[in-house]
Design a protein around this ligand. Sequence first.
Ligand code: EPZ
Length: 418
Amino acid sequence: MDKFAIHGGVPLRGEIAVSGAKNSALPVLAACLLTEDPVILHRIPRVRDVRTMERLIEYTGASLERDGGPLKIVAKDITSAEAPYDLVKTMRASSLVLGPLVARCGRARVSLPGGCAIGARPINLHVTGLEHLGARIRQEHGYIEAEAPQGLRGAMVSFDRITVTGTEDLMMAAVMARGDTVLENAAREPEVTDLAGLLNKMGARIEGAGTSVIRIHGVDHLHGAEHTIIADRIEAGTFLIAGALTRGDLVVRDCVPEHVHALTVKMREAGVTVEEAGPTALRVTCEGALRSVDMITEEYPGFATDLQAQFMALMTQAEGISLITEKIFENRYMHAPEMVRMGANIRIDGRQAIVAGPRELTGAAVIASDLRASASLVLAGLVARGETVIDRVYHIDRGYERIEDKLSRVGAKIQRVG
Ligand code: EPZ
């Protein structure tokens, strides 16, 4: 089982490139099931979760080609409208094939994802939305069975709470429904907008993506398209924090500064210098003392829950008390006890984490529990005195493309050990 060995204390200097967004790649791959024509996708990151989605797409009968360049997907014939448990259990975002399969085939059988380290992660809002569009849904033996033999019909869908993949799933289900669909209280994440961009290139008629009301006019057919997905804003934010934490001078390039605005506002409040270094690059330096700031995770454009653990690592080095509130998931502080073992002063009280700093971190053997928690432990290891060994780094490989290579190129002493 792979581990990372990190020797902390080295300021990161130079340029670090951001890959395509994992959370764009996953819905965009599912969208390819909506047409029998070829879809060409650029900037799909080589991360574990994308590989899982590629296997799932192939399982349904689509063919994939990636000869070193863009990814070409041809879903000419769907031979199985099913997402089996052994694939879904490793990646709950597999539920993103539910909408496309019902829209394309009139039926789908998708394993319920089950929970994960950060929470129960139900998909009830996906299911309710599909029922509004006319699908008949049964749940048995751990699977969702959806049927719409006469196709789906447009409807008003108002989400009880904002759901990113729920919005994406329903958008894909509605593109070929008879009539118009309105998604209310929709997620506004950039990845939703990116998906709508591809779907419209394929012939869909979607308006309002990126706002909380998305209108979809059903069309009869979608055709092939070519698309480049957006940069990964969570990877970009992770690297910005790494540059500040190590007191380096780091340019994070190939990113979208606007997509990490909530983070950069908080970093500047904490005394970090973050400057635009061109339209797709940010430069981060941190000379003076870091100041503690409070933070609450919110749906986009608020502070991303996927950057909460990384921001906590930064606050362990800040002067004062930082009150962090995790409002999206019910159990997303698994990284805190591991940071405490490294010397951090963190107390968890329900949805809140109280971080008192600055506290020197010392290297330790720690265990990754989920994707973003593992990223935060890498950050803690970069600033800790001595060696940190992180176990179960397959979690980090789910969402970061060879993070140890990217960090090593800007000076980090990090290596993957067997
Ligand atoms: C997406 O997950 C992301 N994953 C997550 O990133 C991210 O943390 C999350 O959005 C929030 O931003 C992908 O895009 C593939 P939600 P998603 O549905 O869509 C509850 C990462 O690290 N909910 O927006 O699954 C849910 O339990 C991953 O890259 C329901 O109750 O999240 C949560 O509390 C982790 N019923 C809240 O809503 C539902 O039917 C938001 O979840 C759906 C969600």
